[in-house]
Design a protein around this ligand. Structure first.
Ligand SMILES: [Zn+2]
Length: 72
């Protein structure tokens, strides 16, 4: 195994990890209120329908999502 192989494995691992982060959030099931509205798991405000049309699996409002992404 040479350096190129090792580098490729590192890249694959990193890619796999970020893919998993995006695809599977078992602890982040979408929340709905009694009225059937999707609510943000962070601030519990209703997520606008427009956002859900754009991101159907969204569990956070835009503001909380930006905060979370800003932390990375
Ligand atoms: Zn929120």
């Amino acid at each position: 195994m040479d350096d190129a192989d090792r580098a490729q494995i590192l890249i694959d691992k990193r890619l796999e990890r970020s893919l998993n982060e995006v695809l599977s959030h078992p602890h982040e099931a979408p929340l709905d209120d009694e009225g059937g509205n999707r609510i943000c798991v962070e601030c519990e405000l209703i997520i606008p329908v427009k956002r859900l049309e754009a991101v159907p699996h969204a569990v956070r409002c835009v503001r909380c999502q930006e905060v979370i992404e800003g932390q990375r």
